[in-house]
Design a protein around this ligand. Sequence first.
Ligand SMILES: [Zn+2]
Length: 341
Amino acid sequence: MAPWQEDAVIQCGPCAMLPGRKADISKEACFQAATTALQQVASTDMVIYTDGSKTAAGTGAAFWVPSVLKEWSATLPAWSGVLSAELVAIREGAEWAAEHLPPGAGLVIISDSFSALQVVLFGDHKSSSNETRQDIYRAAIRIHQQGGKVELGWIPSHCGVPGNERADKAAGAAAVDRSTLVQHERPSKKEVAEQTEKTTRGAWQDRWNLQRLGRYRFEVEPTLSKVQRIFLRRPDDVMWRRLRMGVARLALWRSRVLREPSGTCAACHAAPEDLRHVLLDCPRWAAKRAALWRTIKLTGDQQTLRNLLTNDQCVTSVKMRVRAIRDYLDSIKRREWVCMI
Ligand SMILES: [Zn+2]
């Protein structure tokens, strides 16, 4: 169907007008707004309540038709998002109505998902759930061909509207019911992206956990995740990244890369000098290091690379730790080897 024809096929139906944000208003006020919206429905129209539910156990979709006591529900694959479930419920309701609506009668679908309503009414071929959306329009066209009309309306969830409560309960039960058959749906673009990301990251994480190399970096940040943007002055930003990566031109690095004769720490002459040695181990800097830990308020077991260099708030902010580490490196004359700018 051409996009410009869609407006005529599914129209915006009764929508509850809330006097404020849903979180801020009472259940009674929500119920009142929903009831006012539902009073706009003509008595000759058939109302179908739809709902989707996502819990830790799974995903479910359901619709309920009070006038003929028809209930439908299905379990969706666990990876399905709640928006998909809402859209599947709308599609199933519309397809059921296309079969069972008396000729000439109107259909009013009432969803409690504003996102679903937006996808159906205002989405386009680029919508993440476009295929389900197309199915909904195909069902609506059949209803039009029989002389009917289709509206999609919205009411707030969990405010005591019996039809919505019934659909909600059925979807919730389908989400956790292991005995119902799983209805396989085409995944939306978003679901494909999420699953791909999750699987790929999982595979990399497994490899990362078992590696022998790169353990300094692993200690700083064992979990692979999106890079967190930290806003620091340019020199601090460079220093922070090098500290987190374990890259510094200390003695061990210079002996390997620049072929300088010794990789040993010039301060204690007892061990190779790398970042771990400088930051955690070198006995020569014990007093200055104690001052560093005091400044950033980490004691005893908390004094780890992870806590020192995490991008998350760890007792003290990143900015505070950056400043403290910079002062520490200055005091032991090692900063230029970590960050020359
Ligand atoms: Zn040393």
